[in-house]
Design a protein around this ligand. Sequence first.
Ligand code: FDA
Ligand code: NAD
Length: 426
Amino acid sequence: MAEKSYKYVILGGGVAAGYGAREFVEQGLKPGELAIISKEAVAPYERPALSKAYLAPESPARLPGFHTCVGGGGDRLTPDWYTEKGIDLILNTEIVEASVANKTLKAATGVVYKYEKLIIATGATFIKLTDFGTPGADANGIYHLREVQDAAALYAAIKATPNGSAVCVGGGYIGLELAAALRLNNLNVTMVYPEPFCMPRLFVSEIAAYYEGYYKEKGIQIIKGTVATGFESNDEGHVKTVKLKDGRELKADIVIVGVGARPNTGLFKDQLTLEKGGFKVDGFFKTSAPDVYAVGDVATFPLKLYNELRRVEHVDHARKSAIQAVKAIKAAEEGKTTEEYVYLPFFYSRAFSLSWQFYGDNVGNAVVWGTDTASNTNGKFGAYWVKDGKVFGAFLEGGSAEENKALAEAARNQVPVSTIKEIAHL
Ligand code: FDA
Ligand code: NAD
């Protein structure tokens, strides 16, 4: 059986892998030391583009345009870059078995990869309605979105269905970003979600009401407080109707399912300590096993700012955690230490001409400003989450780079609530 050995292996070829590879090079990497093993067919890219620019009706973004690390303001690492740096980019290769004790990863191809140090960056996989046994949920025309081939299939369906009907199941990030993308492509779009308002993981009702109102003005129908309980297909097995729990039926040529994601931990689940659904790591992203690190969506890390362990499924953390793990590996090799990871959670989304950013923690009471139509003349509004008289979380729609920076500082420093007015009127 073929075997290959590397000093470092990054398992997974997503966002964290790209930023991790760049950091290895910056810290000093010899040709042949690093391999990235990915089941995807392409070099690491900025996954957020898939639900936004990739689906734009005019001049959609395509690879190689959005390879990492352009999203973080860096150079674009095309496949040639990996070759130049002597990094083995092992694509189309799914690892199906892993042994932490033997330091091996076995691919579906049968090849065994040995490592001295491993960074697990396997990300997450979408949850499907078939996972819940929803009848008809395996029909053609029902789409999920995680990898570039999912986006390509969806894009082709959009182009093949001019003026068709689309239903977005789920009111989170995918639901909101995809509903906008489909509407921009002129489809008749309906969103369906069980909660009383969209993005309940983060928004409060006043924030959600603003976006729901905006979406309705754009012609998107929103049905809340119910779920899809089944799908009917035509004779070719293509979805044609979404059946809702409340008895309603919706015509659909395209269905998008965005009901959450599950971290890809299965390969190591009996070998590494798990916590909150991810691999438990320390402030250097070391797992419970020597020489094994975990970063990005699969890592449950100490969020020092709030003194708790947390898993974060967002791109900023994927980038920064990968950089931190590589720094820690390199420092340890030189007998040095690095600073522990100190992270301020940062989430953002863009849809239509909307663009919001959030920093910190959405705990305590939310104080929302600017959503009333009288004061909201420029589409700008925001919110602060206040606990113990201090700002823990800060949200801003339509902010400038300078304002967003100020927001981040307010959340990072947990400024006293008395200063909120000044921040709001930057
Ligand atoms: P990521 O998912 O990027 O990479 C995992 C890699 O591992 C993939 O290449 C996968 O194929 C590979 N892999 C998994 N198992 C494997 C195996 N057994 N063998 C080989 N390879 C394997 N966040 C944000 O902050 N703002 C945003 O706007 C968006 N937008 C967005 C849009 C869409 C469509 C998605 C799906 C997600 C976002 N996100 C986001 C979330 C963000 O993209 C996500 O948090 C990061 O991609 C996580 O980076 P990772 O490297 O951890 O996983
Ligand atoms: P999500 O957790 O953001 O939203 C899931 C939504 O699914 C819930 O809000 C709820 O409305 C709905 N839901 C849950 N169970 C349901 C059911 N049985 N029937 C119908 N609806 C149900 O997850 P997502 O939107 O699927 O996103 C997937 C992943 O991609 C996440 O990790 C997310 O962070 C990431 N992502 C992030 C961004 C961003 O940060 N801008 C953009 C796109 C995707």
